[in-house]
Structures are given as structure tokens and as C-alpha cells.
Design a protein around this ligand. Structure first.
Ligand code: HEC
Length: 455
């Protein structure tokens, strides 16, 4: 992900570079409306499971967000008895190997509202259903079908904002970060309770960051609107430079497998009247040329929320991973300038990413691990705390990333190379996005002003 460095110069009061907390949105996360989440206790599995009564509820809750007609192009739909029966062996193979559903949090740390993983008894139940010859049972015993609006995993969006001009993706080579600035046309301030990024060609989208550019912001003011551009395509050196960094908040971040943002009624992201959405798209080629036209869907809060969600990040730009190192740690610390409530995490690294951890460091230097992820470049997920965690001003957060630059890492493009921070996936990144809630009347800049008695 590009640009995450916060403009420290613009921040009031001695905010130190060591406080690598910048303001960027990222995904909160969640699965489906009404899904029962986070319940990881064992339940006795029925000895002879039936599709409608026992299997379908599991597929609905753990699989259909991706495996359904319109959701992820090319993935098998798993919505009906016939579909599940047809793919029974693959289902068993994928769930017993824990390849599906995708979930990478170490279960020893933290509980997450969007934990989509299957319990051991659910895996055993899928196995016995297939062993028994996939009995259907009585459709009347099954849950009603889930209703989706097209590819959206959020309630029907109140507004869909689409990049007006599709971006051409070549068959091969590296594509520079592509931007498209799209005016919202909002004539009043809006609060976004749910939002989702929906690429038209997900196979090309390595990540998307949707920035909220308020009307007063000077960021990329000289750049064109409603058409795609890259930093290089602009003649103006200042604009080229601006493309690399902003203090604007983000609406959300998308990466393969990431969940939409779903905030409780009392919280939302703020989009001021007259704001633009700036789509920052990182496309990768996949051997066949094509085009993408990504949309963002937003469901607005019914009434103004009590709390505003902002996204910050713990970054370390300054590392050098030696050739061949198989477990190279890079860490960064930050101190919360004010009270807030911690909501969710979204670690981001590239092909050499191995593991990522978020910790609270206590005064006596002991640590509490909030999340540990066995990192998978092809599945960049967000992890939403089952119970939001109040953090006092002065709380020290730490993020640690481990990189595998050895030949044993099958994704490693070149184990003989020393690796630094860079945009492209052959370079590395170390970004620990996290979402916090602050009072609705406060904005990101004010959050960084330390309250006198809290210093
Ligand atoms: C977050 C989205 C997501 C969820 C949730 C998910 N899958 Fe998948 N699934 C995928 C994607 C994407 C692939 C393609 C795998 C790849 O390319 O690595 C896939 C592949 C599969 C395949 C191989 C056939 C195919 O479509 O490529 C099976 C079978 C499968 N998943 C079953 C399941 C089951 C069963 C569940 C629920 C228990 C589940 N998946 C949950 C996204 C998901």
C-alpha cells in the first residue's frame, strides 16, 4: 500500500516520528449480517448430519460470503444442495486442510467478531455428511436462503460510487499505482456505517485504498477528476510527489479476502459534504489483458453516530531484510495521544511476509498480544475485535512483522536480494493498520493533540 506516511510536519504538538501512527482507513471487518460469529465452543455434532438441517447453516455462515453466484468470479457457488453435493470432495479437502475458509489468526490470541474459521466439530460433520452419501433431509428443516444484493456483503448500499472510467490492465508487466478521483456530490455531511469495495475484475486488484478527500484539502487538487491517472502520467513534479502521501482519512482498504466495513449503529466513518473519494488502485497483471472498474458501496448511518471511526497505522519504512534471512523481525511502536477504543486490525506486507503481531506494551515492559497472524500474501484479511478495547492516552502499541527472505518461502521472488520498503510486491512493506473509535466531534488531527493532563 502506498502513501501511508502521515505528514508529520502538519501535526500539532510534538508528535514524534517514533510515533509511527498515521491516519489511514482500513477495513474493519465482519462477515454477514446476522451471522453468528465468534462462537468457537464445541457442540456435539449430529451423528448423521443432513444437508438442510445441519450443513446448509454452516455453508451460509462460513462460505457464502464468497461462494455464491455473483460474489467472487470463478468460485464455485455453494448455496444449494446440488452445488454442495457436486463439490463434496473438494469441500472436505479444503476444510480438513484448513485452506477454507481463509482465516490466519493464531487462536491463542484475541477473539474476533469476523472469525470465519470452522470448529473441529463442524469439520467432522462435513466429513461424515460426505461419508454418509450426502443425505439431503427435509428442506423445511433448513434455514431460509440468505439475501444478498448482487456482490455486496453489506446491506443494500444507499449509494454506489463507481470509478467512471475503467482502467486498462495489460497482460504482463508492472502497473504503477493508478488513481481516480471521484466527486461524491454529497450536499450534506454523511456517516458511512457500512462500506465495501467491489472490483469488477478482482483478479487484477492487489489492493485498493479509498481515501476521503474533504473539500478543504489541497491534496492532488491539480490532478484531473473522473479519469484514471498514475503519478508518472502527471507532468507536475509536485503532484507526482503528492500522490505518494496524504493526511486524508480513508474510507476503507480492500485486499483479496478482506471484509467490508461494518460498524455498530453508534459508530461510522465521516464523509463531509463536497468530499471526493480518491481510489488508489494497485493492479497486478495475470497473463491476460483486461479492464477493471471498481465500485464502493456505502450504507449511511440512520442517525448521527456517537463515535467516529478513524484508521491509523503503525509503519516502519526503515528496514533492510538481508538475503536468505528466514525470520527477520521488524518492529515499530506508537503511543496513543488520547483515549480511544480499539476496533480492528489489518496487517499489510508483501511476498516475504511471514507473521505479524500487535501488542500492548505495559509500563513494566511486559506485553499483551492482541493479534498474531500467520501472514498469507494472497489473503489479506482484517481482524475485528469481538469486544472493542478501550485504550487510555499513553498506551503503547507495538507491531512486529517477520519476513522470510529465504529460498524456502515459495512466494519469494529473489532470496539473494536484500529488501527494503517499496511500492511493488518485489519490495516489502510493514504496515499495521488499525481502526479506532473517537468522539464523533473529534477529527484525526485533533486526536493527535495530546490533552494537557494526559501528557
Ligand atoms: C473470503 C472468501 C472465501 C470464503 C469465506 C470461503 N472461500 Fe472457498 N474459496 C475462495 C477463493 C477465492 C477460492 C479460490 C482459491 C484460490 O484461488 O486460492 C476458494 C476455493 C474453494 C474451493 C475450491 C473450488 C474453487 O471454487 O476454486 C472450495 C471447494 C472451497 N473454496 C470451499 C469453501 C468452503 C466449504 C468454505 C466455507 C466453509 C469456503 N470455501 C469459504 C474464497 C472463499
Amino acid at each position: 500500500m502506498n502513501t501511508p506516511h502521515f505528514c508529520w510536519e502538519t501535526l500539532p504538538f510534538g508528535i514524534r516520528r517514533a510515533l509511527m501512527i498515521a491516519g489511514f482507513a482500513c477495513a474493519g471487518a465482519s462477515v454477514l449480517a446476522g451471522a453468528r460469529v465468534g462462537a468457537q465452543h464445541e457442540e456435539p455434532a449430529p451423528s448423521h448430519p443432513l444437508f438442510y438441517r445441519d450443513i446448509l447453516p454452516v455453508l451460509q455462515e462460513h462460505c457464502e460470503s464468497c461462494h455464491r453466484g455473483e460474489a467472487i468470479a470463478g468460485r464455485v457457488p455453494l448455496e444449494t444442495y446440488e452445488e454442495a453435493k457436486q463439490h463434496r470432495d473438494e469441500i472436505v479437502r479444503m476444510v480438513t486442510s484448513h485452506d477454507m475458509p481463509p482465516w490466519f489468526a493464531d487462536p491463542r490470541f484475541g477473539k474476533f467478531a469476523n472469525d470465519i474459521s470452522l470448529r473441529a466439530d463442524q469439520i467432522a460433520m462435513l466429513q461424515s455428511w460426505v461419508k454418509d452419501g450426502t443425505p439431503a433431509g427435509d428442506p423445511a428443516e433448513g434455514p431460509p436462503p440468505l439475501h444478498f444484493f448482487g456482490g455486496w456483503n453489506i446491506p443494500k448500499p444507499d449509494q454506489i460510487i463507481k470509478m467512471p472510467v475503467p482502467v486498462d490492465i495489460p497482460a504482463s508487466g508492472i502497473v504503477d499505482y493508478t488513481y481516480e478521483i471521484v466527486p461524491t456530490g454529497f450536499t450534506e455531511d454523511k456517516w458511512a456505517q457500512f462500506s465495501q469495495v467491489l472490483p469488477s475484475s478482482p483478479q487484477f486488484v492487489h489492493h485498493a485504498v479509498i481515501y476521503i478527500r474533504p473539500p478543504g484539502s489541497t491534496w492532488l487538487r491539480g490532478a484531473p477528476k473522473n479519469i484514471p491517472f498514475t503519478a508518472k502520467s502527471m507532468n507536475d513534479v509536485e503532484l507526482q510527489h503528492q500522490a505518494r502521501g496524504t493526511t486524508s482519512d480513508m474510507l476503507l482498504v480492500y485486499a483479496p479476502g478482506s471484509s467490508p466495513d461494518r460498524w455498530p449503529e453508534t459508530m461510522a466513518k465521516f464523509i463531509p459534504a463536497g468530499a471526493d473519494l480518491v481510489f488508489q488502485m494497485h493492479y497486478t497483471t495475470d497473463g491476460k489483458a483486461g479492464e477493471d472498474q471498481t465500485s464502493v458501496g456505502v450504507v449511511f448511518s440512520k442517525q448521527p453516530p456517537e463515535q467516529r471511526v478513524i484508521t491509523l497505522q503503525l509503519n516502519n519504512y526503515d528496514f533492510l531484510i538481508p538475503p536468505g534471512a528466514d525470520n527477520f523481525p521488524v518492529e515499530v511502536h506508537g503511543t496513543m495521544p488520547n483515549d480511544c477504543t480499539l476496533l480492528s486490525f489489518f496487517p499489510h506486507m508483501h511476498l516475504r511476509g511471514k507473521a505479524f503481531e500487535y501488542n500492548i506494551v505495559h509500563a513494566d515492559k511486559t506485553r499483551t498480544t492482541l493479534l498474531r497472524v500467520n501472514y498469507n500474501f494472497y489473503w489479506q484479511l482484517s481482524y475485528k475485535l469481538a469486544t472493542p478495547m478501550p485504550l487510555k492516552a499513553g498506551t503503547e502499541l507495538q507491531a512486529i512483522a517477520w519476513f522470510d527472505n529465504s529460498p524456502n518461502n515459495p512466494h519469494n521472488p529473489d532470496p539473494s536480494k536484500a529488501v527494503r520498503w517499496g511500492d511493488q510486491t518485489i519490495d516489502e512493506m510493514m504496515v499495521g493498520f488499525f481502526d479506532i473509535a473517537i468522539p464523533a466531534s473529534m477529527d484525526k488531527e485533533h486526536f493527535f493533540i495530546r490533552h494537557p493532563q494526559q501528557q
